[in-house]
Design a protein around this ligand. Sequence first.
Ligand SMILES: *[C@@H]1O[C@H](CO)[C@@H](O)[C@H](O)[C@H]1NC(C)=O
Length: 340
Amino acid sequence: MQPVLESTIYKLLRMASILELITGFIYTVGILTIVAFLYENFRSLVGIIKAVLEPYFQPQLPKTLLEKYGKWAVVTGATDGIGKEYARELARQGLNLVLVSRTKEKLIAVTNEIESQYKIKTKWIVADFVKGREIYEHIEKELAGIEVGILVNNVGMMYEHPDNYEEVSEDLLWNLMTVNIGSVLMLTRKLLPRMKAARRGAIVNLGSSSELTPLPYLTAYGASKAFITYFTRALEREVASHNIDVQLVLPGFVVTKMNAYSDRVMDGGLIFPNASSYSRSAVFTLGKTSETNGFWTHSVQYFFMKLAPIRLRMVFSHLLSTRLRSDALEQKARKEKLAT
Ligand SMILES: *[C@@H]1O[C@H](CO)[C@@H](O)[C@H](O)[C@H]1NC(C)=O
């Protein structure tokens, strides 16, 4: 053989083996990525399935929320929307309730309504969460002597509708921070020591599936929910060895007053469940999984959103919030026209 030909063959062979190496590398990275993705995304579902099957294999474990966590549940923002329906569902499962909210009349109405439906004890505490730090001592005093098994940090506020940052009032921004973030930090701080001493308990934090993506026109709201995600995940790890469950609930759109700016959401439907369907489904996951979207169609939405890289998600969320903002402004103009 001629030496020139020989060296060409040798070169080709070397290239082929390098190509093989690169292909192998890409395969490995691909498989690892898929495994990590599946683990991350199906953890919640697997957790639920495991918990549903558990009683058949380990019948000695506590089955009901009552046995698992204790007799009383505290729910904040409990007179409307998801908070009210969480309370009702917990009552249906036999838990006594402490409802915490701003308006006394509404608290009385809701406790009467729930007591007439279920044989449980109730108590209510008037607390205006926008007042900030001063209310928590009062809440703590009112809770003295009550064995709190479940804390549902539900209270939260939103913009009136998606809007330019500078159009949102300073009052609303300050209140949003105080309510959405402050309430979760402070109530958890007050009740966690008691749960640790009892060696059981559950803290449920209502975040939002909007935490997946920064939200133009809902900048502060979206960021407050991202805070809830990080806080909850970290605390979950921190206290797990004390037999305390900390659950992150990430709803999509639910038909509640919070979304009243959008007729599209308020019309309801499979991806816009009402608060009672939503809450029943979300409470079902309590004690079964540490992170959930709470409702199956919201999990499907979240799953597909998460498939997209963050930059793409942001393009999408920008389009969506721009659309929601113009819908809201249209709705507002229509109402104003009707009023005059
Ligand atoms: C909520 O939605 C469910 C399912 O669509 C329906 O059965 C139920 O009546 C609704 N509840 C309220 C209070 O509208």
